[in-house]
Ligand binder design. Structure first.
Ligand code: SF4
Length: 458
């Protein structure tokens, strides 16, 4: 039976069935509680939406599936806004089908690519940024099915993220002070989602929000995960921000952000990092020399991996934790590319890394190319999770590619290595390693039917 409904707006974020299954297992083991302290999670995009709607005077509730399965009977709002990622699209559509008596509005990354498809499952879909259009949709004065949002030109005009709208005090904050990116990496859908160009709020605005967070959280800003695709798109800006937070005595537990290495020659910024606790997630993406030369990022255009090693060391000398991001499945990639990545990770002494499978989302350059060349193998969105080969790679079969990816991750994340780290006193690192080991073992089983499909298909 559905609960009594109110005029409130329910904001829903779902996760893939695979992650939900993993989380259930972890929660049973009490591990999530240990990982996040409070044991509760939230989607930053949903909290952001709640912040905007709350400022407009709407009552909102947030349902984040990381904290437990979201079923129709949990949703009390008259209007339901669903944030759709491609890998959760099937689940979002299924949930919407069970909420026929509500007004359904969909937004999120998947909508930027597939708004016509999504419009068959919702009363409205909002493509792109919704701050300037959502009020009219909620009031019913904008009745269009597909609504193209407008870019917010002045990010300083936006409110501070309102953490008071969560029903718990989080152990981490996820603010953003920029949108979009000036680069156009072929595999990336950020330019599709956020539109052309990079926009940013002022350093004053950033510092102001950090002061406000420090006050809200009792004197120290907890762990910060910047929700920005390229945090250091301007080294001058981040240098000023870090210098200001230090000069003004704003306490910040830890900052984590994604960026390219383009800032590495700004010695003043790199030295300033010594005064802060920082993790940088750096998109190396590929170690394959041919592919690297085609990349846009200027550091990638060097043939010499030593340039990267020097950059990593330079950051680590200032106490920065370097986390590398790599993707597998570029045109020149073969299973040997995985050995190159492992060798690079080892020699560079980076602190940690993540490897994902290239995924050809809708109208991203990669998606368009794969469609034009008829290399898409599956359009089941459940598999668009960076863990499945959904297209035909050029230099290996999809079966070979998937099998080698699974085998590599299982070989890398052995329980023994995790236990070894814990014995060395690197408890958190070892613990994460053990979780990754369990994750990829489960993934191996999870992808067995998909591997069969690839084996028989190609
Ligand atoms: S630099 Fe990063 S965010 Fe920007 S387009 Fe490339 S991958 Fe995407």
């Amino acid at each position: 039976m559905l609960p009594q409904r109110s005029k409130k707006i329910s904001i829903v974020g779902l996760i893939t069935p695979f992650y939900l299954g993993m989380l259930k297992k972890m929660r049973r083991a009490g591990k999530v509680v240990k990982m996040t302290g409070s044991g509760k999670e939230y989607f930053a995009t949903n909290l952001w939406l709640a912040t905007v709607l709350n400022q407009m005077g709407y009552e909102v509730e947030q349902l984040c599936e990381i904290n437990g399965e979201v079923r129709p009977e949990h949703i009390t709002g008259d209007t339901v806004m669903i944030n759709v990622y491609t890998a959760t699209a099937n689940k979002c559509y299924a949930l919407a089908a069970q909420l026929k008596d509500r007004k359904i509005i969909m937004g999120g990354p998947h909508i930027a690519h597939y708004y016509e498809e999504a419009s068959r499952h919702a009363d409205h879909v909002v493509v792109g940024e919704l701050e300037n259009v959502i009020d009219a949709v909620l009031k019913g004065t904008d009745k269009r099915k597909i609504i193209f949002g407008e870019q917010v030109k002045d990010l300083n005009s936006l409110p501070f993220m309102n953490y008071g709208l969560l029903d718990f005090k989080p152990d981490f904050v996820r603010p953003f002070f920029s949108r979009g990116c000036n680069h156009h990496c072929s595999f990336c859908d950020i330019p599709t989602i956020w539109g052309e160009g990079w926009r940013t709020s002022s350093v004053d605005r950033m510092v102001g929000e950090f002061k406000s967070m420090a006050e809200y959280f009792g004197g120290e800003v907890p762990r910060v995960d910047f929700m920005e695709p390229n945090w250091i798109a301007s080294s001058k800006r981040i240098r000023e921000f870090l210098q200001r937070t230090r000069a003004e005595g704003i306490k910040i537990k830890h900052m984590g952000a994604d960026c390219t290495l383009n800032f590495i020659n700004d010695d003043e910024l790199v030295k300033e990092m010594k005064h802060h606790k920082i993790t940088l997630g750096i998109g190396f993406e590929t170690i394959n020399p041919v592919t690297r030369l085609q990349k846009e990022n200027h550091l990638s255009k060097t043939k010499e991996t030593e340039v990267y090693f020097d950059a990593i060391k330079k950051l680590q000398d200032q106490g920065v934790w370097v986390h590398g991001f790599f993707s597998y499945g570029y045109e020149e990639d073969t299973p040997h590319s995985l050995e190159l990545i492992e060798d690079f990770v080892h020699k560079s002494k980076m602190n940690s890394f993540a490897l994902s499978i290239l995924t050809p989302f809708g109208v991203s350059p990669l998606g368009q190319k794969m469609r034009a060349e008829e290399r898409i193998l599956s359009e089941n969105w459940d598999f668009y999770d960076y863990l499945h080969f959904v297209y035909q790679p050029k230099s290996m079969t999809a079966y070979e590619a998937q099998k080698s990816f699974n085998a590599f991750m299982i070989k890398y994340y052995t329980p023994l290595k995790g236990a070894g780290k814990m014995v060395q006193g690197r408890v958190r690192e070892g613990f994460k390693h053990l979780i990754m080991s369990a994750f990829f073992n489960k993934l191996q089983k999870h992808t067995e039917p998909y591997l069969e499909f690839l084996k028989n298909g190609k």
